[in-house]
Write a protein that binds this ligand. Sequence first.
Ligand code: SF4
Ligand code: SF4
Length: 340
Amino acid sequence: MSKVYLYRKNKEKIEYESILDDIASKIKQKFNHNDKIALKLHFGEEESDTHLNPELVKSLYNRINNHVKKAVLMDCNVLYKSDRSFGESHKKTAKKNGFNFAPIIIADGEDGKDETEIDINLKHFEKARIGKKLENYNGVISIAHYTGHDATGVGGNLKNIGMGLGSKPGKLEMHNAFELEVDKETCTGCKKCNDICPENAIQVNNKAEINQQTCIGCGSCVGWCPKGAVKIPWSNSTSKDLQEKIVEYAYAALKNKKTYHINVLLNITELCDCVNKPQKPIIQDIGILASNDIVSIDQASIDLTGKKFIPENINPEHQTNYAEKIGLGEKKYELIEINH
Ligand code: SF4
Ligand code: SF4
């Protein structure tokens, strides 16, 4: 059974320094002076104000940087239209959001197509398309801001690695699970979906119509439609497929790597940090989790946060079930609360 360490937030202000001392000591047991490490995180969109706290990442980075050969901050580009969909502007956004204290590597390059194919031979994919520059690192520390997600229920460490380290074509491959449809009976023609669609894939003439050729399957319109009129045709099974695909990509990205995992259960919002506007936390802060096991840490996060904010037709445990099945880790864990 894997150990998951919980540093609970029990005061108004969380004491990062003592928490990070403890987490860094655990990381140092695992990594050594020959290791090159990518700290995989999501830098947040420019208008997002609940993304990972850069001071937390900086404090951790400073504690481990001298212990290893090289440490960088890493992400890949996003599919939707955003400053984070191209390498240089992605880095600028990261720096604006406070991540200006360490080298930043956008692993799939300027246009998102710089990738390496990793053999996995699993149910959905024989190969996964992972950001190429990850090849230069033998270790990954995944720091995920745990949030809700309109297509997968939650986004934690599995999603940070699986979706997060996929190149743009890799992300497209994972998202192609979707062929969204609009329920014409329910649609009121309010155009909210049209405003939010990053690809202008929705035309609204009284009723919304999705152009399947230009839709990238980002799922945003599903969450934003006030009437729930945008439907995922295969309902749960499609959400299941997407969750499985993300897990297969996580398997590929972590293959033959040394790893460590951190989930930040603070400022937990209904949607992920790809939303380019401020969001309000939907549940009380819990704290920070750390573990060697990517499956255990996500399962513990689901157990600690509950499922009230997750759409009824999505079971986020499909991620952890499938990840355990393909050998990424264990769902059973021992939760060890650390006083700090
Ligand atoms: S899923 Fe919806 S919001 Fe996203 S690209 Fe397709 S139509 Fe647009
Ligand atoms: S947001 Fe929903 S109700 Fe409004 S136009 Fe789009 S599909 Fe129709």
